[in-house]
Design a protein around this ligand. Structure first.
Ligand code: DGY
Length: 324
């Protein structure tokens, strides 16, 4: 008998075909919205699941799913997983690292550029038919090349952004991370470790790339924003909960910082109306890894994790250790 898996959200047809060739698949291709009850009910019938970052796997869900053995997240972030609870329930957790690093760094840089150079705001102005003549200060923004780039969280994606900043745009790169990079890596990236407060004080552009866990909730709040230069921009491609949105809205409204570029939100897919009302923000719907090629690689890796686990007892990119 084939193991039964749940595909929680729509996925590429070729990946679905691959899964169907290995598993008995319960699939949510119509993209029906799960309620907490229907989610537990669907998952409780399955031995494995291909999840996205929006699908919670916690103690309550696990208690309803005694047959569940693996959840393969199609995301590098896994804050939707309670990994200790999964380990206790002997459920393997996997994610999709590496395959999205460069694509996500491209987007982080694009969002930084769009924010600093006021691209969204100026495009809305043009579309509204308000462009009547050239002016010296029309949507004049902040310099990107040669400026100071501050990166909070220096994992794979942070390093890929540092490389773009230092080598592509001649930026001075400073970073803050719990652990410092080896000297040789700092040299290659031309990146300097600084304390968190110094990062906010010195950077012209702050990019947030740290993984979310409750311990970093609201890492950027009123006091961090107060340290930033009035001309500085903040970009978040990590998780919404890292930023205190109410404090950010106040700082942007009062022009205590210049602008923000946000791909992630505290209550996504709901976006705080206070952000929607501001001109000096660029808002995108959690798409940093969204190229066809990269999303395909993420889906394939998540599918391979399921296939390898059920055929050989080992996954490609496990997050915990669970005896088979
Ligand atoms: C990730 O991979 O973590 C992205 O944020 C997509 O969810």
């Amino acid at each position: 008998m084939k193991p039964r898996i749940l595909v929680a959200r729509p996925i590429f047809p070729e990946i679905l075909d691959l899964l169907v060739s290995h598993f008995d698949v319960l699939s949510n291709q119509p993209d029906s919205v799960w309620t907490p009850e229907s989610w537990k009910q669907g998952l409780s019938q399955c031995h494995g699941a291909l999840t996205t970052g929006a699908d919670p796997i916690n103690a309550d869900v696990l208690a309803a799913c005694p047959n569940l053995r693996i959840c393969a997240n199609m995301a590098v972030g896994f804050n939707n997983f309670d990994v200790p609870a999964m380990t206790a329930a002997r459920v393997l957790a996997t994610n999709t690292p590496d395959v999205l690093t460069e694509t996500t760094a491209d987007f982080g840089f694009a969002l930084l550029m769009a924010t600093a150079r006021r691209m969204a705001e100026s495009e809305h102005f043009l579309r509204a038919g308000r462009w009547t003549q050239w002016r010296y200060d029309l949507f004049a923004g902040a310099e990107v090349h040669g400026s100071t780039l501050g990166i909070l969280g220096m994992g794979r994606i942070g390093q890929a952004i540092a490389r773009r900043g230092a080598h592509g745009f001649g930026m001075k790169v400073i970073y803050h991370n719990r652990s410092r990079l080896p000297q040789v890596t700092e040299g290659e990236l031309r990146a300097t470790w600084v304390g968190k407060e110094d990062l906010f004080r010195q950077a012209d552009h702050v990019v947030l790339v740290l993984p979310y866990s409750p311990s970093v909730h609201h890492t950027v709040g009123a006091s961090e924003l107060a340290l930033m230069k009035p001309s500085a921009t903040l970009v978040n491609i990590a998780r919404g909960g890292i930023v205190d949105e109410a404090a950010l809205i106040a700082a942007l409204r009062e022009r205590r910082i210049s602008a923000a570029g946000l791909d992630v939100f505290e209550g996504e897919p709901q976006v705080n109306p206070g952000l929607l009302a501001l001109d000096n923000v660029v808002l995108t719907p959690h798409i940093a890894s969204a190229t066809i090629a990269t999303r395909m690689k993420m889906a394939k890796l998540a599918a391979d994790n399921l296939i390898e686990f059920f055929s050989r007892g080992q996954a490609m990119t496990p997050l915990n250790e669970v005896s088979a």
